[in-house]
Design a protein around this ligand. Structure first.
Ligand code: ATP
Length: 329
C-alpha cells in the first residue's frame, strides 16, 4: 500500500536569479506546483508517494517528470499531453521581496487532466490522498479532481486539502470561493493561510474562522499557517498555537507545502485515526511541521530545499535547548 498520493498541478516556476551584464533580470527554471512539493518532502522523509497530473510532451514536461522521479515519487499517474504545453509561471519580486506571478497557462497541460486519465486504483490503494484548489480553476481538470476526491472518500482514504487562493488564476472570486468550498466538503485535514481563512469564513478571528470551517464542512483537523509566526490549529473543539522557529529566511517558496508534508508525515507515523490524537500529540506534530516549514525558507526553491529528518530534529532540539538557556538566565 502507498503512503500518500497527490493529484494536481505541476509546472515550471521561473524565479529571478540576479542580473545580466546589461542589467536585465535573469530567470532560472525551478519545478513548481503545490501537490508535488508536498510529496517531495514526504518522499525525502522516506514515505512512499505517487503523483497524478498532466504536463506537455515537451522539454519542460520531461524535465518535471525526471525531477519527480529523482525525488523518489512514483510517476505512473503523470500524463503527457500532445496538444497542450507545460504550464510556466514567472515569479516577480518587488522592492520588499514580496512575490507576484505571471502565469502562462492558456490553457496549460495541468488544466487539461481528464477523468479518464486518472488512475483511480492508485488512489484507493493509498493511506492519504492530497489535493488542492488550483487544479479546479478550469475544466476538465476541475471535474477530474473532484471525482478523484470523491473516490478517495468512498474508499475511506484520509483526505488532505489545500484551498489555495491565487487570485489571478481564477476567472472571478465567486467561482474561486465555490470551488474552494467544494473541496472543503471532502477534507479531513486542511492547511489554510490567514488570508484564505478570512476569504472563506469572512472573519480575521482565527478561533471563529476555524470554528466556522469545522462546523460547516465537518473538518476534523484545521491548520492555519501564519508565516514566521508559526501555526494555529483546531482539532475538533480544541485549539492551540505553536510559534515558528527563528531561521534566516531567504525564499519562502514551498514553506506551506513543506509544513503540510511534515504534518502528514506525523499523521502517518502516529498511525492512529485523527480522533485518537490528543492536544499533546497535536503540539508535537505542529512543532515538527513548523520546523520543516522554517527549514525550507533557508534555501532557494521548494523541491531542492526540502530538509532531511536529521535537519528537522536538529532544529527542534537546538531550539528547545536555546529556550531552556534563556529561561535559566
Ligand atoms: P504558501 O507557501 O503556499 O504561501 P502558506 O501561506 O500556508 O503557503 P506560510 O504561512 O508562509 O505558508 O508558511 C508555512 C509554515 O512555514 C509556517 O506556518 C511556519 O511554520 C513556516 N514558516 C514560513 N515562513 C517562515 C519564516 N520566515 N520563518 C520561520 N518559519 C516560517
Amino acid at each position: 500500500m502507498l503512503d500518500v498520493i497527490a493529484l494536481g498541478e505541476v509546472l515550471i516556476d521561473f524565479t529571478p536569479a540576479g542580473k545580466s551584464e546589461t542589467g536585465e533580470v535573469r530567470f532560472e527554471q525551478n519545478p513548481g506546483g503545490a501537490p508535488a512539493n508536498v510529496l517531495s518532502l514526504l518522499a525525502k522523509l522516506g514515505k512512499s508517494t505517487a503523483f497524478i497530473g498532466k504536463v506537455g510532451d515537451d522539454q519542460f514536461g520531461h524535465y518535471l517528470h525526471n525531477t519527480l522521479r529523482e525525488s523518489g515519487m512514483n510517476t505512473k499517474g503523470l500524463v503527457f499531453s500532445k496538444d497542450t504545453r507545460t504550464t510556466l509561471a514567472f515569479v516577480h519580486l518587488d522592492d520588499q521581496g514580496d512575490r507576484s506571478f505571471s502565469f502562462y497557462r492558456s490553457p496549460g497541460a495541468d488544466m487539461m487532466l481528464r477523468e479518464n486519465e486518472v488512475d483511480f486504483e492508485l488512489i484507493s490503494n493509498a493511506r492519504v490522498f492530497h489535493f488542492g484548489s488550483i487544479s479546479m480553476t478550469h475544466e476538465p481538470a476541475a471535474s477530474a479532481t473532484l471525482k478523484a476526491a470523491a473516490h478517495a472518500k468512498e474508499h475511506g482514504v484520509l483526505i488532505s486539502y489545500d484551498p489555495n487562493l491565487r487570485e489571478n488564476l481564477w476567472d472571478d472570486l465567486t467561482h474561486a470561493k465555490e470551488r474552494m468550498e467544494q473541496g472543503l466538503f471532502f477534507a479531513d485535514v486542511v492547511k489554510i493561510s490567514e488570508e484564505e481563512l478570512e476569504f472563506i469564513s469572512g472573519t480575521k478571528d482565527l478561533e471563529k474562522g476555524s470554528s466556522y470551517l469545522s462546523d460547516r464542512f465537518d473538518i476534523p483537523l484545521i491548520l492555519v499557517t501564519l508565516g514566521s509566526k508559526g501555526c494555529f490549529y483546531r482539532h475538533g473543539s480544541e485549539t492551540g498555537c505553536r510559534s515558528g522557529y527563528h531561521v534566516k529566511a531567504v525564499d519562502t517558496t514551498g514553506a506551506g507545502d513543506a509544513f503540510l508534508g511534515g504534518m502528514l508525515y506525523q499523521i502517518l507515523e502516529k498511525g492512529v485515526p485523527l480522533s485518537g490524537l490528543d492536544l499533546e500529540d497535536m503540539d508535537q506534530m505542529v512543532s515538527f511541521a513548523n520546523a520543516v516549514g522554517a527549514l525550507v525558507t533557508t534555501k532557494k526553491g521548494a523541491i531542492p530545499a526540502m530538509p532531511t529528518i536529521e535537519e528537522v530534529l536538529v532544529l527542534e532540539k537546538n531550539t528547545k535547548w536555546l529556550n531552556k538557556e534563556n529561561v535559566s538566565q
